[in-house]
Design a protein around this ligand. Structure first.
Ligand code: CDV
Length: 309
């Protein structure tokens, strides 16, 4: 057995007016619970230090800057990294990254239990739009504030396993998992902020949203024989509800743990990475069964084109 005791650290809502310090204090309290439960890996949500700010249309670059981290850890976020190192817990944390040359990404990092940052991922599949959209019930401006990630979907060796990262909307795309699957990934970590209602179809509410979320995560896990740890920022942020439904899913696609609230909540499961082996060596033995001669369109073409009649 190769077990990683893993904590999915769901966060409840973060209001626009909430300070980074208050948020970091909440995150540290969750980390303390993870330590008490014996975890060596903690997974936090997407954009974990702030409210989901892409719902707000901003034109003033100085205002936009307030939501971004120019260094990680910063003075404000360092206490979280210090506590993780003291506890011997590796972390996945999502945040808004502004680089020295002014590029902006929706980013996550992976730390080792010893504290060093060993991996960085930048969100590839950015949903939403870049200008104010009067047709939507509320805005989703990720394409305004972020560039598409430029680091691909790498994997990292940590805690005896092959670890991968993605962020929120990435979980709906089979390519996300498959690129990591082709590198032997054994655990995919992801954080998300998913509005409880579709801004372009109000009849699509929390039940449908949770259904699509589970469907995406469970199929990604099964089809690549990997653990997936999916962690929400949940609840009502300034009148805009987000789904919960944080999940720990095993390499058979089965849900091993699921959150029950829309608040700060911890899920813990001992994830045996050796459970990936059976799927990887049988039905999803890629080397024996994939037929790449038929997959060219996946990388040659972006949008769907119906052939002429
Ligand atoms: N933060 C996200 O990427 N949210 C998307 C919404 C817009 C559908 C998601 O896939 O959950």
């Amino acid at each position: 057995m190769r077990e990683i005791v893993t904590a999915a650290l769901q966060m409840g809502p973060i209001q626009k007016a909430e300070s980074r310090k208050d948020v970091v204090d909440r995150m540290i309290a969750l980390l303390d619970q993870a330590k008490a439960a014996g975890a060596t890996l903690a997974v936090f949500p997407e954009l974990a230090f702030t409210t989901f700010f892409p719902r707000w249309y901003m034109e003033d670059p100085a205002e936009v800057d307030t939501w971004f981290e120019t260094e990680i850890p910063s003075a404000e976020t360092k206490p979280l990294f210090d506590r993780a190192r003291e506890h011997g817990i590796g972390m996945y944390v999502g945040y808004a990254e502004k680089t020295q040359d002014g590029q902006q990404f929706n980013t996550s990092i992976l730390t080792a239990p010893t504290g060093e940052i060993i991996g960085k991922y930048r969100k590839v599949h950015l949903p939403g739009h870049s200008e104010f959209d009067t047709e939507r019930d509320f805005q989703h401006l990720e394409k305004r504030y972020f560039e598409p990630g430029d680091l691909g979907f790498p994997v990292w060796h940590s805690q005896g396993g092959v670890m991968g990262m993605c962020i929120c909307n990435d979980r709906r795309w089979p390519e996300t998992y498959r690129v990591m699957g082709l590198q032997g990934v054994e655990m995919v970590m992801l954080g998300y902020n998913t509005p409880a209602v579709n801004s372009q179809m109000s009849s699509e509410g929390p039940e449908d949203r949770l259904f699509h979320h589970r469907l995406s995560v469970q199929s990604g896990a099964y089809q690549n024989a990997t653990w997936v740890i999916a962690v929400a920022k949940a609840g009502d942020e300034d009148g805009f509800p987000l789904i919960g439904g944080s999940l720990i899913v095993d390499p058979n696609g089965k849900i091993m743990a699921e959150s029950k609230t829309l608040g700060d909540e911890i899920l813990v499961h001992s994830c045996d990475l050796d459970l990936c082996t059976f799927g990887k060596e049988t039905i999803f033995d890629f080397a024996r069964h994939r037929r790449i001669e038929h997959y060219g369109l996946i990388t040659e073409r972006t949008g769907a084109e119906v052939p002429p009649e």
